[in-house]
Design a binder for this molecule. Structure first.
Ligand code: NA7
Length: 495
């Protein structure tokens, strides 16, 4: 890192700063190395790689995308232990990737970026501890589900037990034999309840709105299966892109973009049958039945949740939370649930993309101002007036039950092509025109109104005004859009 006040001369090759050493930041580093680029640094505010998989350590953590799909395309892993890999195994995979591609020398840990300012054709980077760096290209790989959402529940501060957010599960905390309250029933809450039901004395699952649960196989790979994956990589490819995977992807996209599609009707039937066939008590079944369409919120894949919810020591509290008291949580119907630990599985502040980092673009353009209503990026990757500032898994990208690794890889190939254009044109930077962003946003917003996400539920896909902030078109359209940038929608900045 150049020391303070030292201004390195512009080199013939580009200098890259990548922010975040999670899945996407590591990907950028690996890809840069593959191109022979050596002048890059990855800043990571944590002390290890892994991003969301480093931060989340709660019991039951797993990825809801099949493991072989949630894997870099160039680094298959025949040793995945299960069809849906548990979090710690995914974390080990990213650690192994960092080692395999020798990224260690490029990563600066325990360093948070405070600001990126574009001055005289280069990015000036300041860290929160006062160090400076300079880059030609910045890649913000800062994650989507990053800032915990800690709701203001009355009385939480008076609780005499322990409370924590799911993404801040203390290392080594065991709750076995205790009375636990889990607030929230997104993927996280459902995974925690599924994992803990049998281990705790009592578990109360506070459900504000019911969730549709997609049944999924609980497949643990045997050593024979792992050997078969190793001996015949076509088997891995089969899981990733074989007919079943392609059909699943097509079914999801059709369902997402067309609420009248037979595919959505099919998904609806699967989740309704799952509820019907899995929950015996009619009263509990009705409590767990959502009043909105399947896939309106991100579908939850869970093999054991309904079983857990019916365990004798588990109670699903659907009457709402009145307040937290010293000894537990009082529901709106007056019941006090005595608890030792409260887990807030209450999700993340998705609107906080990239922030609190301050980003100032060309001519002092302020990201905070541009994103005042909600984060916006042209095709989820680039921002007008922010030359060579690229986002991986940025706002309005595809999120609906796809592999975010696959999404990031395709975004990276788009970014590489833009950088190549910069080189070929001998310019110093590239950013989309404001008009291109506005056209994209107008089309996207219009299409988003017709998606299942806008069909009558609340979720992290929606902004404060209830508009979906995600990719509203098909997966095929995304692949096509990322295959080649429309350079006419871009402005190239000179020296
Ligand atoms: P989610 O999916 O955003 O779920 C958050 C849950 O927390 C959801 O059930 C919310 O209820 C609930 N919630 C949030 N605030 C409150 C308050 N104030 N009171 C009660 N309940 C509340 O986050 P997850 O961590 O589960 O999953 C995020 C993603 O990670 C997931 O989609 C996968 O991609 C992996 P609501 O439904 O809003 O009524």
């Amino acid at each position: 890192m150049p020391s303070a006040n030292e201004e390195p001369a512009r080199a013939a090759s580009l200098r890259y700063v990548i922010i975040g050493a999670g899945m996407a930041g590591l990907l950028a580093g690996i890809k840069l190395k593959a191109r022979g680029e050596t002048d890059f640094v990855i800043y990571e505010k944590g002390d290890r790689v892994g991003g969301t998989w480093r931060e989340n350590r709660y019991p039951g953590l797993a990825c809801d995308t099949p493991a072989h799909s949630y894997t870099y395309s160039f680094a298959p892993n025949p040793d995945w232990g299960a069809y849906y890999a548990p979090g710690p195994e995914i974390q080990r995979y990213f650690g192994a990737m960092s080692d395999r591609y020798a990224l260690g020398d490029h990563i600066v840990f325990n360093t948070e970026i405070a600001s990126c300012r574009y001055i005289d054709g280069r990015w000036r980077i300041d860290t929160t501890d006062g160090c400076k760096d300079i880059a030609d290209v910045v890649v913000a790989a800062t994650g989507v589900l990053h800032h915990p959402n800690i709701p203001e529940i009355p009385g939480l501060a008076d609780f005499k037990g322990r409370w924590l957010h799911s993404a801040r599960w203390p290392e080594g905390l065991s709750v076995e034999g205790l009375r636990i309250g889990v607030i929230g029933n997104g993927s996280t809450g459902v995974q925690i309840v599924s994992a803990l039901a049998r281990k705790v004395e009592r578990l109360v699952h506070f459900q504000r709105s019911p969730q549709w649960i997609m049944p999924c196989p609980d497949i643990q790979y045997t050593s024979e299966e792992k050997r078969a994956f190793r001996d015949d990589p076509a088997r891995i490819e089969e899981v990733r892109n074989g007919p079943e995977a392609a059909a699943r992807r097509a079914r999801f996209t059709s369902a997402i973009i067309d609420i009248d599609s037979p595919e959505l009707a099919e998904i609806q039937k699967i989740v309704e049958d799952n509820l019907e066939n899995s929950v015996r008590d009619p009263a509990l079944r009705e409590k767990l039945r959502p009043n909105y369409r399947a896939a309106c919120k991100r579908l939850i894949f869970a093999a054991h949740y309904y079983k857990a919810a019916q365990a004798p020591n588990v109670y699903v509290e659907a009457s709402g939370i009145e307040q937290v008291e010293a000894g537990g949580v009082r529901a709106e119907d007056g019941t006090l649930h005595p608890l030792d630990v409260i887990v807030l599985a209450t999700g993340f502040r998705v609107d906080q993309f990239v922030r609190p980092m301050v980003v100032t673009g060309h001519n002092g353009a302020d990201l905070e101002a541009l994103w005042r209503i909600h984060p916006r990026a042209y095709y989820a990757v680039t921002i007008p007036e922010f030359p060579n500032f690229f986002l991986l898994n940025g706002p309005t990208g595809p999120v609906g039950n796809f592999s975010l690794i696959d999404i990031a890889e395709k975004q990276w190939s788009y970014i590489e092509q833009l950088i190549e254009e910069v080189r070929v044109r001998r310019s110093v930077g590239v950013a989309p025109t404001l008009r291109a962003l506005e056209t994209y946003e107008a089309q996207r917003t219009e299409a988003a109104k017709r998606t299942v996400f806008a069909s009558g539920c609340k979720s992290w896909y929606l902004d404060a005004e209830g508009a979906p902030q995600v990719w509203p078109w098909s997966y095929a359209h995304f692949v096509e859009a990322m295959s080649k940038p429309q350079v006419e929608d871009y402005e190239f900045f000179g020296n």
